[in-house]
Design a protein around this ligand. Structure first.
Ligand code: ADP
Ligand code: ADP
Ligand code: ZN
Ligand code: ZN
Length: 832
């Protein structure tokens, strides 16, 4: 096995030692960590785990890596800040596998390309494929190996079968496999509206086109005040597609008009606007576009000649369309003649290694062709791990951020096996994690605390997992000893479960999207409902693709059409639906907790009312970094400047004019109780709550942010540095502070990401507060702590992908725990 290869090379020193780490909130942490071991960092959110793992250890490793590289990279070295740490000894090359960067933005990244399985497949198809265009094989082999060798697999990657290169990709979709087309269902999102009520969305801002259409309808003897769906179908056809559709009584005379370009139909009109929009400009039809399989290649991404080449009876795109579990059987069963055996064997071993890993970590339901962008953060991270494991590198330090996110406890054992596999190859792993099973599996545990932000940053514990379990001072130890502790309400009082009220429920009937098997699902209203199940069971499909979209459209919103289902009953009793997801609160460094929650608006007014501001004539806008005026002109208020490093990740350097303050000197000279606007943005939520205690409009949102466990966040922390879980809790806090009277359905996706057990208890309390205020909450969650804290559970499964899609159990957590299956087994330990 591989470890032999690793241990023969003393690639790592014995110990990684940290002295005097003071990054962010760290209070001079000293720590010795054994190399070639699985190390878990834990502690409450905001205690400093990431500051130590990523911003100190990984950042310094990366800095030293860059230092040993090109002169281009080195010229930034003096500016690239050295983390605030006295000494770091025994450091080696490091790889970060976090969630933010793993979700690749490239639309051409697929599960196959990220895991490198697709590269290996290209080798197979190019060398042993039948029905070949010989040029493909020649091009591939020529490009790969000028010396004519045929063994160096990783280098054997030429242009054949690549949908990233013009040579092989489908010319119609440029290798994307899909195109964006105008969807009539988005152009007329609600057929019960009339034209007068804006049924045809693009006309809402196009009075001339709308007037022309109104004239056509009137000339046809019809009214523009009746629901769209009651207009004759040929008239609707003409209004949408212009002439050339079906023949039409009463609109025939308008054909002349149409021919003259005055009534082109709304879709051809949008198409013309798309065509005339400049290169790189925003697509004017964007709100009406839907992604559909490319009509030329049917999603295969390749040109017809390449798509036709077969191995084992399948084209390469067909093999990519198999779920990983089926793909494994396919590759394991491949047979070839002697001549090709060598290539086949080597490639097949590497392919099956990686596929086996994907299955082990609960991702056997994915297809290799699945676009990486559509994966959740946790899935994307596990796929990158599969790629790493396949490389069989050793002597590296891996730094991971919560690899169990999105993983049902049933699949955690396999993840742990994999982490240990990476360790046994001769690597060191630092894993930021809250999951109890991973903590128990660690060779070494590190706990930071005791609380968040200023109140954290200290080393609370370092030792083995067994020692942690019996440590009286360790918060984590306490939860490990009493796992049910997180599910009780804060204060330790167990809550009685709510019971479903008669008729107060949503019923999704005939759900068939993705893997759902024509199921009916009942979700009681007025309570906290958890939707559980192993990954790939169909939870997001049910909640996001069907329920959320159907509810939004029923309430007059313009969500994309929901996934396949018959109907959703009971939506009439909901006034509003809000999806609280983990997407960033904004795209740029300029969206911060302070801007998103509106706190900054209040604060700016306070600054504008100071004597100094009045004397200088500064209005509230002066104190904004989103518009010119008071912000630093050099960095446009970002506080940082992005430097592109070519093949390395971009580096952000502090702006050398404002040094991160984001404002110009005149603006910074204005002070409120001795603090400048930059000082305020540097405050934590907790500090600001004290500072603005008498300012109601700011105090309330600040208090709510603290309630959801974000008291440690800096008001001005750039939105793009927040974790998905933090972004989600900011959104939740924003909802809580508004607390509308109308019945709102909140849909949450994995709300415990990044939360320590002690934070989970607090979050569950907040969700119950929303329910107590008259709202309904549905949370998709793998966390048994959330499931145990819910009033009602809908468990999907039993497996992932084709093995899932059924309702396995529904009822109170106690009722579900009494059944069998994965969720029941893991839930039992948490209920008391
Ligand atoms: P954890 O990983 O334990 O949740 P972090 O290391 O992310 O905690 O955060 C620890 C403290 O450092 C928090 O108070 C947080 O607000 C602060 N912090 C984190 N990132 C930054 C940053 N980029 N700039 C300033 N402060 C930060
Ligand atoms: P869960 O939320 O329980 O993890 P999902 O609802 O995401 O499960 O997935 C259920 C099934 O549907 C899986 O087989 C998954 O691969 C498939 N699926 C989900 N989203 C897509 C998509 N955008 N394209 C293709 N298949 C998808
Ligand atoms: Zn195509
Ligand atoms: Zn600046």
């Amino acid at each position: 096995e591989a470890p032999a290869r690793a241990s023969s090379t003393p690639a790592l020193p014995d110990t990684l030692s940290v002295r005097g780490a003071r990054v962010h909130n760290l209070r001079g942490v000293d720590l010795d960590l054994p190399h070639r071991s699985l190390i878990v960092f834990t502690g409450v959110s905001g205690s400093g785990k990431s500051s130590l793992a990523f911003d100190t250890i990984y950042a310094e490793a990366q800095r030293r890596q860059v230092q040993s590289m090109t002169s281009f990279a080195r010229q930034f070295m003096n500016e690239m800040e050295k983390p605030d740490v006295d000494r770091l000894d025994g450091l080696c090359s490091a790889v970060a596998v976090d969630q933010r960067s793993s979700a690749s933005r490239n639309p051409r990244s697929t599960v196959g390309t990220v895991t490198e399985v697709y590269d290996l497949m290209r080798v197979l198809w190019a060398t042993v494929g039948s029905g070949h265009c010989t040029d493909c094989a020649a091009a591939l082999v020529d490009r790969a190996c000028p010396a004519g060798h045929d063994t160096a697999l990783p280098d054997l990657t030429g242009p054949a079968f690549s949908f990233n290169l013009p040579f092989g990709r489908c010319p119609a979709c440029l290798g994307l496999g899909s195109t964006r087309e105008i969807d009539p269902a988005l152009v007329v999102p609600d057929e019960s509206r009339s034209i007068d009520e804006g049924a045809v969305a693009p006309w809402r801002n196009a009075p001339a086109e709308r007037a022309a259409a109104v004239a056509v309808v009137e000339r046809a003897g019809r009214s523009t005040a009746v629901p769209w769906r009651t207009l004759p179908s040929d008239l609707r056809e003409t209004l949408l597609h212009g002439v050339g559709g079906s023949g039409a009584d009463g609109v025939a005379e308008d054909r002349g008009q149409a021919a003259a370009g005055r009534l082109p139909g709304v879709i051809p009109w949008l198409e013309r606007r798309r065509a005339s929009a400049g290169e790189g400009a925003a697509d004017p039809a964007e709100p009406y576009l839907r992604t559909v399989a490319c009509p030329d290649c049917a999603g295969a991404r390749l040109n017809p000649a390449q798509a036709a080449v077969r191995v084992g009876g399948l084209g390469i795109a067909e093999a990519c369309a198999l779920p990983v579990a089926d793909a494994l059987r396919f590759f394991a069963g491949l047979t070839v003649g002697d001549r090709d055996r060598r290539v086949i064997e080597q490639a097949v071993i590497e392919i099956t290694d990686r596929l086996t890993f994907l299955i082990k970590v609960g991702l056997g339901y994915l297809t290799l062709g699945r676009t990486a962008r559509t994966l959740s953060g946790g899935e994307a991270q596990r796929i990158r791990l599969a790629g790493q494991l396949g490389t069989r590198l050793f002597g590296l330090l891996y730094v991971l951020d919560e690899p169990t996110v999105g993983l049902h406890p049933e699949d955690t054992a396999a993840l742990i096996t994999t982490l240990r596999g990476l360790r046994d190859l001769g690597n060191t792993l630092i894993v930021v994690e809250h999951d109890h099973a991973v903590i128990r599996a660690a060779d070494r545990m590190v706990e930071l605390g005791p609380a968040a932000g200023e109140l954290g940053g200290r080393l609370m514990f370092a030792g083995t997992a067994e020692e942690l379990l019996v440590d009286d001072d360790s918060l984590t130890g306490r939860f490990l000893r009493d796992p049910g502790g997180a599910t009780a309400r804060p204060g330790g009082v167990p809550r009685t479960r709510r019971t479903p009220g008669p008729g107060r429920e949503l019923v999704v009937r005939g759900a068939r999207a993705n893997n759902l098997r024509d199921v009916d699902v009942t979700l009681p209203l007025g309570m906290l409902v958890a939707v559980s199940g192993v990954s790939g069971a169909g939870k997001s499909t049910l909640v996001d693709e069907i329920l959320c979209r159907a509810a939004d459209r029923a309430l007059g919103g313009d969500a994309p059409p929901p996934g396949d289902h018959d109907e959703v009953l009971g939506l009439a009793s909901i006034d509003r639906v809000i999806r609280v997801d983990q997407s960033p609160i904004g795209r740029s460094a300029r969206s911060t907790p302070a801007t998103y929650t509106g706190i900054l608006d209040t604060v700016r007014k306070v600054f504008a009312q100071t004597d100094e501001a009045r004397r200088r004539g500064f209005k509230p806008g002066r104190f904004s970094f989103n518009s010119p005026g008071g912000r630093c002109a050099a960095c446009s208020g970002d506080g940082t400047v992005r430097v592109e490093m070519g093949f390395l990740p971009d580096v952000f350097l502090p702006c050398d004019v404002c040094h991160g303050a984001r404002f110009d000197d005149a603006t910074l000279a204005v002070r409120h109780r001795g603090r400048s606007i930059a000082d305020v943005l540097a405050m934590s939520v907790d500090e600001a709550a004290e500072f603005f205690a008498d300012l109601g409009a700011a105090a309330r949102p600040l208090r709510v942010l603290a309630e959801v466990g974000l008291g440690y966040l800096r008001l001005g922390q750039p939105g793009n540095t927040l974790s998905g879980g933090e972004a989600q809790r900011i959104k939740l806090a924003n909802e809580l502070q508004r607390r509308p009277g109308r019945h709102t359905l909140y849909l949450l996706d994995e709300p415990t990401t990044g939360l320590h057990s002690s934070d989970v208890a607090r979050l569950a309390g907040v969700l119950h507060d929303l329910v107590a205020a008259g709202h309904s909450v549905v949370a998709v969650s793998h966390s048994m702590e959330v499931v145990a804290a819910a009033d009602w559970v809908v468990d999907l499964g039993p497996g992932g992908g084709a093995d899932g899609g059924l309702v396995v159990a529904e009822g109170t957590p106690e009722a579900v725990a009494a059944g069998d299956g994965a969720t029941a087994r893991h839930l039992r330990g948490l209920l008391r």
